[in-house]
Design a protein around this ligand. Structure first.
Ligand code: COA
Length: 200
């Protein structure tokens, strides 16, 4: 069994170590990190996945803006190398996106491999521009609300409003932690536990 919980300050050193393990050295030099510097994470959506207390995967989100509209920037997401390919990344993707929808977020952005993220509904955003140098083919978006990316185009900018996460703080509708079975053994149980919808 796995437990998925919101990340707490106590988790942070382990999560940073997992990201250091899974990504190339200098990951924080990427231009996407300039959108995160000094901006609080979207705390309700930053999740850790543990088995028997051992951290196996983590996902984080930050608020950004495109055309002055609020957007969720997904990432980083990482699964420990010993547990990759077992569906844990998919668990975190589906659970966090279901939480985001519950919280009222309309649109999500990420920089990543389309062959992986397309299975969650992400597609290339032709007119959304990440800070250079970013390969435009890797700028992907997902609508949590139908039409949410229509006419939302231009450069991605930092969130500058201090209360930008207010929709995350204004609800207690989310379960703090959920226990789920192995994704490749019991898909129905997972969906029941997380409330993830089948159309993601
Ligand atoms: C990418 C990552 C989060 C996926 O999590 P995971 O638990 O290993 O993946 P899942 O078990 O949910 O899904 C496995 C499937 O995704 C595919 N996949 C994994 N990474 C992929 C990638 N970068 N591009 C295309 N497909 C990928 C696998 O081939 C497998 O395909 P299949 O279902 O057809 O067999 C994880 O492998 C990881 O942490 N990698 C290193 C860090 C990283 O690259 N993070 C993403 C930054 S964009």
């Amino acid at each position: 069994m796995y437990e998925i919980c919101p990340e707490t300050p106590a988790d942070e050193p382990e999560v940073e170590a997992l990201y250091d393990l899974c990504f190339a050295p200098g990951r924080t030099a990427l231009s996407s990190y300039r959108l995160r510097d000094g901006v609080p994470k979207v705390a309700d959506l930053c999740l850790v996945l543990r088995a028997d207390g051992i951290l196996l995967a983590a996902i984080r989100f930050w608020p950004v803006r495109v055309a002055d509209q609020p957007v969720l920037l997904l990432g980083p997401i990482a699964v420990h190398p010993t547990a990759q390919g077992e569906g844990l990344g998919g668990l975190l993707m589906r659970d966090s996106l279901a939480r985001a929808r519950t919280l009222g977020w309309a649109r999500v952005l990420l920089v990543g491999d389309a062959p992986y993220y397309s299975r969650f509904g992400f597609a290339r955003l032709d007119d959304v521009i990440m800070p250079p140098p970013t390969n435009p083919d890797r700028v992907l978006g997902l609508e949590l609300r139908p039409g949410a990316w229509v006419d939302v185009a231009g450069p991605v900018t930092r969130e500058t409003m201090p209360d930008a996460n207010r929709i995350s703080r204004s609800t207690n509708a989310l379960p703090p932690c959920v226990t789920v079975g192995h994704p490749q053994e019991d898909t129905d149980a997972h969906q029941s536990a997380t409330g993830a919808s089948a159309d993601q």
